[in-house]
Design a binder for this molecule. Structure first.
Ligand code: PLP
Length: 384
């Protein structure tokens, strides 16, 4: 269904299977009545690019359908989506609880920007339900977590967190970037707001930038008001590119998940690998919960602590790129110690398990034999 969201009927009766890119920044109206109907919302229509493009509206329908929510709002980046979602529901005096493992810029937004607005934030281990429960205050309005965390792939219990939040009159927001709705749909488990960095699995080819907020219509409308005022709208081209990527989301995620599980199973048995972090391994701390919540796999992300990581990365040169993003159809590597977690004090990084030898792998959809061949070549010293 979502794959056909972009079809556009033509005046001559045929249908464009691929929606045209609407690059117009403004739209003309035949008369004042038509303009009034558009502005009042009686007959909503595209009128000015910052307020949303037809390509963005198509993408919003597709993403709401995929996440199973009433509405969706697309944005210029994941951070534009997250900040709009938060600003839509928070006001001065409110309190937020969040996992201390959230994406670094989300952490900085909550730790450094929101206190300037008079919004207090507590950081907790979201996998420890007692710690989460103890952090609630009468003014707690929002609990925010990521469905699979970066880079150690912990799995917070979203249904239990939703129950905790709702019992205290708070909302649960879930960043579902690492999972995608093809493997996990937080709304089905009680989440009120779902966010994504669209440049990851939803678009899937490292060629489109954007974000999305999905949720109840009133919560999405509140986020939209903030997004439009702060000016974080998504470009028509990025929305269009994402719609093309979305057509293969299900197929890609099955391949990412299968390949990542196969890589995890091989890495865990290699003498050079000290630890592998993947929810499908039986020694993962949330293995049973993960198997319950993710019956279709976990996507392509995993991390591994590998002896002499610098030499391993050098051996992979020309085979697996070192690139600090994720979710491409090709496998990429990143280095949390020096990139995403660079700002954390060294003892804190080590306490979390983020060592200089930890590498995050975003496993692609390549032929698994070729991929394992490349990894084993590098693990065995890279000699030909
Ligand atoms: N959430 C997660 C889990 C991410 O990994 C990222 C970026 O890597 C973001 C949010 C922010 O998204 P963007 O870079 O599109 O602003």
């Amino acid at each position: 269904m979502a794959a056909r969201a972009g079809e556009v009927a033509q005046p001559n009766g045929s249908t464009a299977l691929v929606e045209p890119i609407y690059q117009s920044t403004v739209y003309a109206y035949p008369d004042l009545e038509a303009l009034e109907a558009s502005m009042s919302g009686a007959q909503p229509s595209a009128f000015y690019y910052r307020n949303g493009t037809p390509n963005g509206a198509t993408l919003e329908r597709a993403l709401a359908m995929l996440e199973g929510t009433e509405a969706a709002l697309v944005a210029a980046s994941g951070m534009a989506a997250i900040s709009s979602a938060f600003l839509g529901v928070l006001k001065t005096g409110d309190h937020v609880i969040t996992d201390s493992r959230v994406y670094g810029v989300t952490y900085a937004l909550l730790a450094e920007e929101f206190p300037r607005l008079g919004i207090a934030v507590s950081f907790v281990d979201a996998c420890n339900l007692e710690e989460v429960e103890a952090a609630f205050r009468p003014e707690t309005r929002l609990l925010h977590v990521e469905s699979l965390t970066n880079p150690l792939m912990t799995v917070p219990d979203v249904p239990a967190l939703a129950r905790l939040a709702h019992a205290r009159g708070a909302l649960l927001s879930v960043d579902n970037t690492f999972a995608s709705p093809a493997v996990f749909r937080p709304a089905q488990h009680g989440a009120d707001l779902i966010t994504h960095s669209v440049s990851k699995y939803l678009s899937g080819h490292s060629n489109a930038m954007g974000g999305v907020v999905c949720g109840r219509a009133d919560l999405v409308a509140a986020a939209r008001t903030r997004l439009l005022r702060y000016g974080g709208s998504m470009s028509a081209f990025d929305a269009w590119m994402t719609l093309q990527g979305l057509k293969t989301l299900g197929l890609r995620m099955r391949a990412h998940s299968g390949n990542a599980q196969a890589v995890a199973d091989v890495l865990v048995n290699h003498p050079r690998v000290r630890a592998v972090y993947h929810p499908g391994l039986s020694d993962h701390p949330q293995f049973h919960l993960a198997m319950d919540l993710y019956p279709d796999g976990f996507g392509g992300m995993l991390s591994a602590d590998i002896d002499d990581a610098p030499a391993f990365v050098r051996s992979l040169a020309g085979r697996i790129p070192l690139a600090p993003s994720l979710a491409d159809v090709i496998t990429t590597l990143s280095w949390p110690w020096g990139t995403s977690h660079r700002a954390l004090p060294e003892p804190e990084r080590r306490r979390l398990g983020i060592t200089p030898n930890l590498l995050r792998l975003s496993i692609g959809i390549e032929d698994i034999g070729d991929l394992l061949g490349d990894l084993e070549f590098a693990l065995d010293g890279g000699q030909t």
